[in-house]
Write a protein that binds this ligand. Structure first.
Ligand code: UD1
Length: 433
């Protein structure tokens, strides 16, 4: 099993390029099979969640051709009407997008229930409510979600919670329904907009994506397209926060600064400098940061996927901060690991009370999930001494070339294998010597 060995203390400095957004790529690659024509998708991140969704669409007969590392040609004309049981799909939350895609195109979908990151209860009742409103019969049987409809008819759907997944899934199915669907209380995340833009480029008629009311006029069929995925705002945010935590100076390229506004505002509030240009942000920090309060909210609020990373920074800031998690109920599991590095954090329900300490000390820790894993890497980069981070498979689900990119910014990080008998010695060998 691979792990990261990190010697903390180097300020991150330099430039880094951001990959395409994983959470936009998952629905877009799923939606690509909704036409029988060929679709070209560019700026696809090379991360394990994406390899899993590509494997799943291939398993049901889609032809997937890799043009280059980040570009794929997909043809869904030979899809067979069978269940999606690919082993890889069980592991990723985003596999639920195949339900909306297949239900829209074939009026039938049978997909293994998704798992994804272990960050709390993750129901799919709003997805199911939406599909039922469109006229589908939806059942959960033998660990599969089975949806079928004689016909899909547009409907007026009010989501009880703001859900990215449900919004996109309903939008996909409704694109090929008869008549008008209106989704109220829709999610406004950039990847909802990106997926709507992609579907529109295939001939769908979706209006209002990015607001809380989305109107979808169903069309008879979708056609081929060429599309480039937006940059990953969470990957960008992670490097912004890594720069802040290590008191570095990092310019992050290939970003849409508008998508980063809630992060930029928090960084400025706690004492960082953020310079914004057309498609880059530069974050510098040269002194101890100061405390603040953060509450995660749906976009354009502070993203839950950046909550561990900001908690790590606030753990080193001067003063006491309060972090409130309002999206997922079990998203503070990493705090125990951070405490082993010297953090002083008390979790009460969905709130963390963070008393800043002057420094963390390196420790042997385990990533409990994708974003918490990234947060712990930031802690290790800022810490005094050596850390080992285990279960990095979680991190690799969503960060392309994470160790390599960090190393290019001056981090002392290496990837080792627990099966390597020499791993312990190598883990204590600084790259600098
Ligand atoms: C997506 C992202 C994830 C991010 C999250 C919130 C993907 C693959 N994952 O997850 O990284 O953290 O958005 O920005 O894109 N809920 C229900 N019923 C439902 C659906 C959701 O109650 O049917 C609740 C969830 O439990 C949660 C909240 O709604 O409390 C938001 O979840 P949702 O936006 O759906 O998250 P995901 O799409 O699963």
């Amino acid at each position: 099993m691979e792990f990261y060995s990190i010697k903390g203390g180097n300020p991150l400095c330099g430039e880094v390029d951001i990959a395409g957004a994983k959470n936009a790529a998952l629905p877009i690659l799923s939606a690509a099979i909704m036409t029988n024509e060929t679709v070209l998708v560019e700026n696809v991140p090379d991360v394990s969640d994406i390899r899993a969704i590509l494997s799943a669409i291939e398993s049901i007969g889609a032809i997937v051709t890799r043009v280059d590392r980040h570009t794929f040609r997909i043809n869904g004309s030979r899809i067979v009407d069978g269940p999606v049981m690919d082993e890889a799909v069980r592991k990723i939350r985003g596999s639920y997008y195949l339900i909306g895609a297949l239900l829209g195109k074939y009026r039938r979908a049978e997909v293994t229930l998704p798992k994804g990151c272990n960050i709390g209860l993750r129901p799919i009742d709003q997805h199911v409510k939406g599909f039922r409103a469109l006229g589908a019969d939806v059942r959960i049987e033998h660990g599969m979600i089975v949806a079928g409809a004689e016909d899909l008819i547009g409907s007026h759907i009010y989501l009880d919670v703001v859900s990215v997944g449900a919004t996109i899934n309903i939008m996909m199915a409704a694109s090929l329904a008869r008549g008008l669907t209106i989704i109220e209380n829709a999610a406004k995340e950039p990847h909802v907009v990106d997926c709507a833009n992609f579907l529109n480029s295939m001939g769908a008629q979706i209006k209002g994506a990015g607001t809380d009311v989305i109107r979808i006029r169903g069309v008879e069929k979708l056609h081929g397209t060429e599309y480039s995925i937006i940059p990953d705002q969470i990957e960008a945010g992670t490097y912004m926060f890594a720069a802040a935590a290590t008191r570095g100076d990092v310019t992050i390229h290939n970003v849409i600064p508008k998508h980063l506004e809630s992060l930029t505002a928090k960084l400025e509030e706690i004492g960082c400098q953020v310079e914004i240009s057309d498609d880059a942000v530069r974050v510098t920090a040269n002194k101890r940061l100061i405390n603040t309060h953060v509450k995660t909210l749906p976009y354009p609020g502070f993203p839950t996927d950046m909550q561990p990373q900001i908690t790590v920074i606030l753990g080193l800031a001067n003063g006491t901060s309060i972090v409130t998690e309002s999206i997922f109920e079990s998203r503070f599991k990493y705090v125990d690991e951070l405490t082993r590095m010297g953090a002083q954090i008390k979790v009460e329900g969905n709130t963390a009370i963070v008393t800043g300490v002057p420094y963390y000390t390196g420790a042997n820790i385990t990533a409990p999930d994708l974003r918490a894993g990234a947060g712990l890497v930031i802690a290790a980069l800022a810490a005094d001494g050596w850390s080992e981070i285990h279960d990095v498979v979680y991190i690799e689900r969503g960060y392309e070339d994470f160790p390599e990119k960090l190393r290019s910014l001056g981090a002392d990080i290496r990837v080792l294998d627990t099966d390597d008998p020499d791993a312990e010695r190598k883990a204590r060998m600084s790259l600098a010597v």
